[in-house]
Each structure stands twice: as structure tokens, then as C-alpha cells.
Design a protein around this ligand. Sequence first.
Ligand code: NAP
Length: 298
Amino acid sequence: MTSTDSKPLFERMALIGAGLIGSSLARVVRRDGLAGHIAVAARSQATLDTMTDLGLADSATLDAAEAVRDADLIVLCTPLGTYEAIAKTIASALKPGAIVSDVGSCKESMFTDVAPHLPDGVHMVPGHPVAGTEHSGPEAGFAELFDGRWCILTPVPDTDQDAVDKVADLWRQCGMDVEIMDAAHHDQVLALTSHLPHLIAYTIVGTATDLEDDLKKEVFKYSASGFRDFTRIAASDPVMWRDILIKNSSAVLDVLGRFTEDLTSLQRAIRRGEAGTLEDHFTRTRAIRRGVIDAKQD
Ligand code: NAP
């Protein structure tokens, strides 16, 4: 089912949180008329005012329960650490048949922190649009953010199919390809493709900032040699990344263990001057880059 001129995909959609992801979604929903009413809740009045000024909120409130009342779709677009408190706040205001979804980077959180508080008759369809930038806030959003990227949905198998289809339709309208996946599997995959790379970037940039002053100046001066790309990733929102690494700690610690072993073996190859080992390794990783480009995810 997709939206038509006469009937939007959702009568009333509530966005809890309107930063980079929430406001980008609101831009698409507004542009394509996917919801009859966009209700926005955030933590600060400044964000609500910005969303209203941008024409992206039909109603705006600091009270998440007020935003979700009568909504047929609710999307949590806040850091993972807020989920449980928000779920408790909105639970009694949800109407029967409402769909509760999210955009969080770790999918088990919906099952541990949100599901236990949802009343019977409400459908939960967790989602993760795998698209983003290092910028935050409602003004950082843009409608094209999701174009050509993957959105992973992680409903349990007996979830109402109509609810899953509607959430899938929403993200397809955003230009995304939709994949259904088990939440634990999602968290393992993303630990490697996203969470570990961010942790490495935070570590390298931290190492550089701990250097003596004269060396530090040189690091910034010659940063175009590779360091610059890490600084972009390490500029991502600190609260969001704190929550991702804590909520997905078991999968992150697992891939971190593997990474540390591999790093140690490269360290040994460098110490022993094993040129062939290094060249073989770098040749294999170069092929991975080609695969990313071929998959249009570069
Ligand atoms: P963001 O730009 O920092 O926006 C977060 C929003 O959440 C803000 O509007 C903030 O309100 C609101 N908020 C925070 N605590 C709240 C609370 N207790 N109650 C109500 N609203 C609250 O973050 P983002 O980058 O959009 O990320 C949001 C979610 O998307 C995260 O779960 C993240 O894992 C996921 N995600 C992010 C990316 C990415 O690249 N950024 C990509 C995919 C998924 P105020 O503005 O009023 O403080």
C-alpha cells in the first residue's frame, strides 16, 4: 500500500525526537504527503520551534504522551538510552492498532526496553535506516539522506503483516531498499560495519589529542593523509554513540576481540618484516572496497 492523493499512508504520525534522522523523515513525509498530521515531541522547546518554523510539525509538544495520542504510527528517533523512559511515558496513550517503530542503531533495545511496556493490541516494528552523517539536530536533516540506502526492519515473525508492510512502504517512499532481519543478527552485523569503525575512529582521534603539543600540530597540518576521515567519524554525536556501544556491548566486544587478534597479527608481521603477509592482507582488503563501490554504498 502506498500513499495516494486522497489517502495518506498514515492519518497521524508521531515523531519522538526530531534531530538528523527524525527531521529527515519528516521532510520526506511532508514532501510526499505520507501523513495527514505530523506530531512532534522533543526534549527542548528550541527543537520544537525549529520543526514548526521549517513547516515539518503540525503539532509540537514536550510531552511524548500527548504526541502519540490517536497516532497510527509512532517513530522513536531519539538516542537508545531514552527508549525505556519514553516507552513508559507513551504506553497508556497509545491507541489500539497503533504501530510503534524506531530508527535506532541497535535493534535489541526495542525488545528489552520498549516491548515490555507496550499494551496488547499495539504492533511493534523496529527499524534502522542505515544512513546518516556526523551532524545532529533538526536543521541537519535533509530528505535525500535515505536515497539508495538500506533500511533494516526487525519485527518478530508473528508481527501483524499489515503493520510491517506499512512501515516498509514508508521507508521505500524515502528511497530505501528494505530488508527484514532478526534483531540479534542485525546487531552483530552492525557491530562490525558501523559500531567498531566508530570506536576505532574515536580511539585514533583520542590518541592524537593525547600527543605532545608540537607533534599534535603536525597531526592536524598533515591530516589529509588519512587522519581527516577519522576526525569526521569521531565528530559524531557523543550521547548517541555512548548509547550504541553500551546497548550493543556484547556484539561490539565480540568483534573487538576478533579485531584485536587481527591487529596483533599485523603488528607481528610488521615487526618481523613479513612483506608478503602485509601485501596479501592489503590486496584482500582492496577487493572489499571494490565490493562496496559495486554495491553503490560508497
Ligand atoms: P540527534 O540529531 O541528536 O537528535 C536526537 C533527537 O532526540 C533530538 O530531537 C532530541 O531533542 C531528542 N531527544 C533526546 N532525548 C529525548 C527525550 N528524552 N525525549 C524526547 N526527545 C528526546 O540524533 P539522530 O542522529 O537523529 O539519532 C537519533 C536516533 O537515530 C538514534 O537512536 C541513532 O542511533 C539513530 N540513527 C542515527 C544515525 C546517524 O548517523 N546519526 C543513523 C541511523 C540511525 P532535542 O533536540 O530537543 O534535544
